[in-house]
Each structure stands twice: as C-alpha cells, then as structure tokens.
Design a protein around this ligand. Sequence first.
Ligand SMILES: [Zn+2]
Length: 644
Amino acid sequence: MRVLFTLLCIVQMFVQNNFGQERNCGTMEVLDRQIKENPSMLKNMDEIERQVQEYIRKHPNGSGERTVITIPTVFHVVYRTATENISDAQVQSQIAVLNADFKALNSDIGLTPSIFQGVIGNVELEFCLATQTPSGNSTNGITRTSTTVSSWGTNDNVKRSTYGGVNPWNPSNYLNIWVCNIGGGVLGYAQFPGGPATTDGVVLDYRYTGTLGTATAPYHKGRTATHEVGHWLNLRHIWGDANCGSDLVSDTPVHNTANGGCPAYPHYSTCSGAPVEMTMNYMDYTYDACMYMFSQGQKTRMRAVLEGSGSRSGLQNSPGCMPVDPNQCNAPSGLSTTNITAATATSGWSAVANAINYTYEYKTNAATIWTAQDVSGTSVNLTGLTSSTAYNTRVKTNCSAGSSVYSATVNFTTTAPPPPCPDQYENNNTSNSAKTISIPSSGTASINAKIGTSADVDWFKFKNSNSKRNIRVNLTGLTQNYDVALFRKGDLNTPVGISQNSGTADEQIIFNNTLSGTDYYIKIYGVDGAFDNNICYNLSVTISSSSLRVDNHDEQILPLNELIIYPNPASDEITVVVPFGNQKEGILSILDITGKVVNTQKLTFDKSIKTINMDVSQFKSGMYVLNFRTLTDSYTRKLAITDK
Ligand SMILES: [Zn+2]
C-alpha cells in the first residue's frame, strides 16, 4: 500500500489538468503537501487501508446489517466580509444535502442510468449540526470567526487560530467543516483518514456551500460537500487520480480521467474494456446537477472507517449531538501551555459548562507530587520554573455536584536560561565614572546593562538641550528590585526625580523643566543588594520639546517628603520641586535672612507643576530660606544666591 500512495502522489500532478469545466478539488494537492511535511502519514494511511481491505473482505458487495450512523458536524464560518459570513439557513441547506445524498434520498437519484441502478449505494449516514461543544456547552453547531485574511488557499491555515482561522473541535467527535474564501478557483478540499488531528475535516469555499445565499452555479447544489466528505471518509476520485487509475472500489468503472461539465450519456472510457463511465458519481468532477450517486463499493469503503476498528469509529460514540445535561461536569479540553520561557509559562484550557472553578496541577516530569491550585478562570500563569525542564500539567472541573476526572496530562519544557548579558558600561560605579548615553535625533536612547553584584551601582550621564528640555527615564525588564534616580549636574546628592517601585515593577521618572540644557546623571542600584548577573535591565532616556506625561503607569514619580531646589547655589534661575503629600494646594514663600517675605505664591496640585521654575536673577546675593507649607506639612530649605 505504501507503493500505492506514493504512486498516487507522483501521478496526481499529471492528471490535475483542468479543462475549465471541471470542478477544482484541492484534496489530492493537500494530501501531497501533507505527506511531504509528514512522511509518517503514509504509514498511518497504509494501516488504515489494511483495515479497510479487511472490512471489505468481510462485507462483500456492500452486504451486512447496517444501522444509520449519525455524524455530529460543526461548521466554522470564517469570514472577512459580510457576504462570506453565510447564513444559518445556508449552512442548514448544506446539512440537508448531505443527509439526502448519503442516504440515497436525493431527488435526482432517479436520473441514474439503469446500468448503474443496481450498484447505487445508500451509505446510511446522517449529519446533525452539533448541539453541544467539546466543553459541553450548548451550540447551534455553527461557529463564526471574523478574520483579516482575504483568501486562504489550501495550506490549512484556516484551521489554525494562530493564523486567523479557527482550530477544529476534537475530530474524534465531530466532522469539522470550515467555510471560507479559499480562492484560486478551488471549491473545497478534505483531509483523508490518517492525517493530523489538528487539521482534520473539510474546507468549503463560501460560494460552493449549500443551496441558498452565496451558492453559485454550476456548483450550487451542495455537492462540493458531498464530494469532500466522500474524501474525508476515504474515497478516492473515481478515475483514481491517474490515467485509467484505480479508485480502490470494485463496482465503479475505470475512467480515463476526470470528467467535467455535464457529460452526455453514455460516455465511454477508452481504458481496458471500454466501459461506460459513471460520470454521475459524486467522486467525479462534474457539475453539481450532474452527480447524484455513490456506489455500493464506495459505501463499503466509507463504512469501513466508521465501524469496528475504523479510524473514525469514535464518531459513533460522540456526545456532539446529545442534549446538554444540566448536571454534567466534563473534564476541561484544550489544555495547552504558551508563553514558555526559562522560568515562566501560561497554561490555559476551554471553559466547561457548569464549572464553579477548576483545580489546576503541575509538576516536573521527574516529580511524583503535583502542585495544585484552584482557579476561577481558564488560565494560570506559572512562575519560578526551572529552566530546560519538562513539566506535566493537568486540570479538572469542579461543579456543584462534584468534580470531573482530570484532563489528559499535557507536557511542556521550559527553555534554556538566557545567556549572561554582556555589560558594556562597567566600570561606572561612581558619578565620576558615569558612562555617557548619547541621545539620537529621535529623542530616545535605549541601552541594556546589568547590576552584576550586590555592590554594583550604575551611573550614566546624558545631555538635554535647550530645544528638548523635558526628560523621561524608563527602567524596564527588571528581574530584581532596582530603583533609579535622576540628578542635575551640580547637585549629585539631591535627585530631581526618583522612582522606587517595589519588586520588579518598571521604574519611571518624568522631569519636565524649562531650565537650559545641561548634563544629567542617572543612578541605578539594587535595593538591599539586589542584583542579577545574567539578565540585563533596559534603560531608556527620552528628551522632548513638549512636556512628557506618565504613560501606562499609575505609579507616580517621587513620593517626595522634602523640598528640592537646584541648582543651589544659584544666580539666574532655580527649579523647585514641591511635596504636596495628600494635599491639593500649598503656599511657597521665599524669605530673606531677616525673615522678610520677598516672594510668595499659591500652588495648586497638578502633575505638570510639581516642578516650578523661578527666575531669581533679580535677587541680591546672600542666603534665603524657601518654605512650602500645606494644611498638614511645612518644609524649609536654604538657598544661596551668588553673583553672576
Ligand atoms: Zn476531490
């Protein structure tokens, strides 16, 4: 059988010639690609074919008792435009066609020529729109997903949420049918039994789905789905995808190749024996109105995968079309882990009907004891993990009536630890050895450096300019509790801004001022000796002509508990940073050495005037006292005015 499938792949490229009147089915092209991507699929298909042949041997000529099998079906409508978002009624019209065609109840079956009437196959399949989701929630069997993708092609991306599509529901329990804009003239494509579960199902172009709405002649009678579901149940094209090829069915005649359009009857094959071709078979390439039968041999192939040990036999036990039980408590599905780093990961799963909460557990693969936690949501952020280590996860649902079993265990492996970060700026442990950050014309410089030891302190300096006086300092990417302070040249004891958030929260200083451009210094240090010799922090410095604001941060710079003045001594201009505390207003006064008030102003709390600039050029040289008082507090600081 391996030889057979390999041959099919090789020859199909020669027989995919399109005469314009043939339907364009992408199934064999997709099979070819999938086998190239995953050669082990051939082995699966070989095993399935062995089981099918054994089934056929036991059920010759379509014999045997057969009960109707109902296949729970979900339609995933993936649309970019309103037109592509086909109606519920159009989906229901497609289900009706499938239910007719697979039970030989289609109104046009009487057109079958007498020579083929004896081999008409009633496959005895029904299709129901799912009534419950994999998580046990009620559904109408139709999902709708808005996307930005304009045409999908046949690369299976419509089946992947990460590409703007939608993931299949568990294909052991559902026939998944995606409806989308495939493009390229392809009407639809299917995945044969034996392919990956993550892409299992049928894809239909929205123009060739059902019999209403967007259904477009001559493929407007829902037969694209009949044809593709035939593939999904292991049927080959009737010409065997080769000149006079085999479709692995004994009661269909040998066809030269695909027939398109609406062939006149009888259409003779030139293959051995020159039989009349069964052009009205669903697995040919004719128009929808000109195909209306399966054969009994095709029925047997399809039933083989649905019964006994068949690869799709699980569908018979699917709860997909059972009514939702108000007391059921299913185990969560869809457990997966994302955002995996050396130390962190996020686990998530699908919500379950009737859940009160979930018990999530994880452990290293080597451990025997799970770490458990109850969570009300459907995801957990894991931290403090060990790098390069395999972990196991599982989750169960807790309902009022009890708990579900655990989900299947899902494993993930943390990544290797990041390489140690090179620090290009040491030694810069003092203000004298501060390293210069040059700020490009964009206004923002960004560097990476590290606090490598408990004694390490990093000093940097930079210039603002007269045209870009306002300053913002951001410290991010922290793995330890670091703080940052900003100093203006001339006073490296009293910061003009300091950010002291706890833990690994980002730090930010915003310093809007009208002073002329000069050197500023930044000091970064670990709190209580915190350091990380492996992972760098990111320091970004922005200078701007317009005032900078606190973005995305509730934290405020400075909870100040002192009055700050700089430069000091001063001659022209001073900047005063006032501490409002919890108050909304305060009085700032300047007194001379005799205690006489020489200047006073009332200040109202506003982030933008926390920093006040004052012209002191008219002050006589000497000592002054600045006082700022609010209803609750009073702050005093001396100021020296010198001659210019
Ligand atoms: Zn096909």
